[in-house]
Ligand binder design. Structure first.
Ligand SMILES: C[S@@+](CC[C@H](N)C(=O)[O-])C[C@H]1O[C@@H](n2cnc3c(N)ncnc32)[C@H](O)[C@@H]1O
Length: 193
C-alpha cells in the first residue's frame, strides 16, 4: 500500500470527474434520523473528492477528511471553497494513520474497507457519537468491480464490527447508488460507552 495506492488513486481521480452528489445512504440517514443528530466534530474516512464531507459541513459539522490521494483532495478543497464551506482535508495513508481518542461526534466511512481501521474508528468516536459506514458487500463479486474479497463486507459483518454499538439502522442488499445497482451493506450506529 502507501505510495502505490497513492499513485493508483491519483490516476483514477485525475481521469474521472467523480460524483458531487452525496451518498444516497447518507442522505437517507439524515432524512430519517436527522432529528437525533446534533452537529459537532466529524471525520470522513477516505473522503475522495469530499462529497460526503461537504454534506456534513453544510449541516454545521466541523469536518476533518482524510485521503491518500492529493489529486482527489485538491478537487475536494476546490468544491468546498466554491460552496464557502470550511473542511480540513488532510493527506494521509489510512494504513498508518492515528486519530485522537473520543474526539468525534460522527465518523463516516463510505466505499472504503480497511478492517484494521475499525478499532481506531471505534476509539476515535466520543461516547454517544455516531458511525455511518456503507460499502460493497461480498455478493458484488458476481456483478462487477470491486471483486477482491479483501474490499468486500461479509454478510452481517458490519453488525459484528459494531456489535456493542446501538444499531439505529442496518441494511444489506442490492441498491441503486451512484448511477448503478450494487450489492452493499450500510450501518448507522451509536457508540454507547
Ligand atoms: C471509492 S473511493 C471513495 C471516496 C468517498 N468515500 C466516496 O464515497 O465518495 C476510495 C477512496 O479511498 C482512498 N484510499 C485508498 N487507499 C487509501 C489509503 N491507504 N489511505 C487513505 N486513502 C485511501 C482513495 O484515494 C479514494 O479516494
Amino acid at each position: 500500500m502507501g505510495t502505490d495506492d497513492q499513485k493508483v488513486w491519483d490516476e483514477r481521480h485525475g481521469s474521472r470527474e467523480g460524483r458531487e452528489e452525496p451518498s444516497s445512504f447518507l442522505q437517507e440517514i439524515f432524512a430519517s434520523h436527522g432529528w437525533r443528530i446534533q452537529p459537532g466534530r466529524a471525520l470522513d474516512i477516505a473522503t475522495g473528492k469530499g462529497r460526503n464531507a461537504i454534506f456534513l459541513a453544510e449541516r454545521g459539522f466541523q469536518v476533518e477528511a482524510v485521503d491518500i490521494s492529493e489529486v482527489g483532495l485538491e478537487e475536494a478543497r476546490r468544491r468546498a471553497a466554491e460552496r464557502n464551506f470550511s473542511v480540513t482535508f488532510r493527506q494521509a495513508d489510512l494504513e498508518s494513520v492515528e486519530f485522537p481518542e473520543a474526539a468525534y461526534d460522527m465518523v463516516l466511512n463510505f466505499n472504503f474497507l480497511l478492517r484494521s481501521l475499525v478499532a481506531k474508528i471505534r476509539k476515535a468516536l466520543k461516547p454517544g457519537g455516531y458511525v455511518i459506514f456503507e460499502t460493497y458487500l461480498i455478493d458484488q463479486g458476481v456483478l462487477r468491480h470491486p471483486r477482491n474479497p479483501a474490499y468486500l463486507l461479509g454478510h452481517n459483518e458490519l453488525l459484528d464490527l459494531f456489535r456493542d454499538f446501538r444499531v439505529l439502522h442496518y441494511r444489506e442488499g442490492k441498491f441503486f447508488e451512484s448511477g448503478e445497482e450494487a450489492y452493499r451493506a450500510g450501518l448507522f450506529g451509536q457508540k454507547v460507552k
